[in-house]
Design a protein around this ligand. Structure first.
Ligand code: NAP
Length: 259
């Protein structure tokens, strides 16, 4: 529906889950996609799937917790595909990796979550700005969460990082509004991925009910979203047609959050 022909996109955390679905959808719309994450086999599988579907993609294996990663990823992208037109900041750590009340929270986990979920999008956004400014065209899409607008029980670092990501989104959007570059966020509700499975397991145990019982009641529509439910909005936000949309934070959440 929307054409992304001649656009170069980078999707972080694209080896599985929401990032994979977004990378596939951007490629399907014509973009050349840099697929990055730590697990080489998953990154390679996504690149293969894109190529099999007739698209163009490259694999970049990198750990975004490595302080040099944003620079090295951008260097590889520019050398192989050219400057980035569309940046999708998707890689993230969920609350379920170490869920605890604030009083017992791990400082190390707090810092790691804030770094990957908020500082890395800030660094990558800053790094792509010069080439986007030169082209007077760019799209930055941050994958936040409904927990960017509401709490995450025993996941303070996650909620704080996603609230922060919306602050970055809105501020940067205003700063560059006149330069042909838009900055928006997508706020998914519970999506059927590895990350969310872990959260459901934790909630089921904490509440003394089954995984299936938690899952069924996750959204007013019922159940969870699939990654493919999120991807079309990213394609729209990346398109020319969305040129007047900036600084927004769109919920896709099965009706969990109604504002
Ligand atoms: P996922 O299935 O766990 O996938 C996360 C992706 O990020 C993987 O490709 C992972 O690959 C990559 N990643 C994790 N740590 C990384 C690191 N240090 N360096 C580079 N890549 C890293 O998670 P998901 O559910 O699709 O989540 C994607 C985004 O959506 C996250 O920002 C998450 O907060 C957000 N979100 C998810 C949900 C949900 O219910 N699933 C809801 C709202 C928002 P490697 O482990 O191989 O590096």
């Amino acid at each position: 529906m929307f054409s992304l022909q001649n656009r170069v996109a980078l999707v972080t955390g694209a080896g599985r889950g929401i990032g994979r679905a977004i990378a596939m959808a951007l490629a399907d719309a014509g973009a050349e996609v840099g697929v990055t994450a730590r697990t080489a086999s998953e990154v390679a599988e996504v690149v293969d799937a894109i190529k099999k579907a007739g698209g163009k993609a490259i694999a970049i294996v990198a750990d975004l917790l490595d302080r040099a990663a944003p620079t090295t990823i951008l260097e590889q992208m520019t050398a192989k595909l050219g400057p980035i037109d569309i940046l999708v900041n998707n890689a993230g750590i969920g609350s379920s990796s170490d869920p605890k009340p604030v009083a017992e929270f791990s400082d190390e986990f707090w810092e790691r979550t804030l770094y990957l979920n908020l500082t890395v999008p800030y660094k990558l956004s800053k790094a792509v700005l010069p080439s986007m400014r030169a082209k007077k065209w760019g799209r930055i899409i941050n994958i936040a969460s409904i927990n960017g607008k509401m709490p995450s029980l025993h996941g303070a670092a996650y909620a704080a990082s996603k609230h922060g990501l919306l602050g970055l989104t809105r501020t940067l959007a205003l700063e560059i509004a006149k330069e042909g570059i838009t900055v928006n966020a997508i706020c998914p509700g519970p999506v059927h991925t590895v990350m969310n499975d872990k959260r459901l397991e934790y909630d089921a145990k904490r509440r003394g009910i089954t995984f299936e019982e938690v899952e069924k009641a996750m959204t007013p529509i019922g159940g969870r979203l699939e990654p493919e439910d999120v991807a079309p909005l990213a394609v729209y936000l990346a398109s020319n047609e969305a040129r007047m949309v900036t600084g927004q934070a769109y919920n896709i959440c099965g009706g969990v959050l109604l504002y």
